[in-house]
Design a protein around this ligand. Sequence first.
Ligand SMILES: [Zn+2]
Length: 406
Amino acid sequence: MIVAGWLMLPDPHEGVCLKRGFLTVEHGVIRSVEFGEEIFMADMGGEGTIVCPGFVDAHMHLPQVPVIGADGMGLLQWLERVVYPAEASWADPDLAAEATDHAVRTLCSFGTTAFAGYATVHFDAAKAAMRAAAEIGVRALIGQVLMDRNAPEELVRPAAQLLQEAAKHDQIGRVRPAVSPRFAISCTPELLAGAGKVAETTGQFVQTHLSETRDECAKVRELFDGLSYTEVYARAGLLRRRCVLGHGIWLDDEERRTIGASGAAIAHCPTANAFLGAGMMDLRRNVEAKIRPAPGSDIGAGPDRSMVRVARAMLDVARLRGELAPPASHAWWSITGGNASVLGFDDTGQIEQGRSADLLLIEPDIELELGEDEPSIDPLGALLYAWDDRWLKRTLVHGKTVYASL
Ligand SMILES: [Zn+2]
C-alpha cells in the first residue's frame, strides 16, 4: 500500500517538519519513506493530505470515557461522586471489554492510536481491557489500578492480593501492563513499596498521580507523616525512568530535582487541570529540572478526547503563566514521537522505516503555505490552532483502517 501527501517527520531542531513524499506499507509496517512530488499510484492520500503519525496520549482512564464532562466538582469530590461508581461497574469483565472497545475506537476516531491508560482495581477487568485494546491493534500501556484504602469498599483490595495480581499481568499483542497505584491517598505505604518492587522485578512501567490539587497534597502530608508527595513515591521506589506521573502541579524545587534525577516523566494534562480547577503546571520549571513533559488527555477529568486540543492547551497554559510558549512544531512532536519515547513505544509515534503504520490522514480546509521556504504563517501553527476534528479523514492502526469519516 502506498500513502502519499505531506509527511509529518521528526526534525532534530523543530520537533517535526512537513515534507512532500510517500511511504509504502507492508504487513502493517512502514517499509520505505520516499520524498518528492512525483506520486504514482497512491492508494491513499495525495497533494492536499497531511500524513501524520497517530497521536500518543500519556495519561487517560478507560472506564471514565462514559463520564466525561461531569462538571462542578473538585478532584476528591469528583472521584467519590462520579469516578468510583463508574469504576465499580467494571466488576463485570464483559462490560469492561465492551467499554474498552468503545473507548479505544473513540480515541482512534480522534487520532489517538497509542496511550497509557488506567483500568480499574479488578484483575479480570484489567485483563479484559488489555485484550480488547490488543484486538483493535493499538499500542498501549494498561494498568490494573491499585487501591487498598480511602475508596469505596468494592474498589479496595488487600495489598498482598493486588501485588500478586499486578505481577501476573503479561503483554497481550501490542498492549503492555503497567504498575498503577492510583495515588498516594488510596494506597498504604506497604502497597506503594510493594508496587515499586513489582516494577523492579517485572520491568513494568509505572503510572500514578502526583500533586494534582492542593487539597490532595495536604491529605498526603497528613497520611504520610508530613512527607512531601514526591518523597512518598521516592521512598517506595516508584520514581524511575519508566514512570509517568500524572499532573505534577504543586511541586517545590526539591521535588522537581528528585523527579528530574530519577528520569520519571510528568504527564501534563492541561484540559483536565482546567476542568477540575486543579491549577496550571509550570512547564518551564519542570523542563529546567530535566523532567520530560508528556501531554495527556486525562479523560474523563479531561473533557477533550483530541490530543491536538490537549497540545494547544499546553501552549495556552504556558502563555497564561506569562512564559514563552514552545513553538507548535514542538507540540506536534510531544503528542507523537515525544510521548512514544516517554512511554517506551519504539514502534510508533514517527513516520520511519520499520515502525508500525499507525497513521492519520488529515485534510485541512484552510490555506496552509506548505512547501514555501518562508511562509507568512507557520503551517504547523495554523494546523494546531485552527484544528478541526472533521479534518481527520482516516486513522490507520498497524496499516488497518480503524476509523474513516463519511
Ligand atoms: Zn488521571
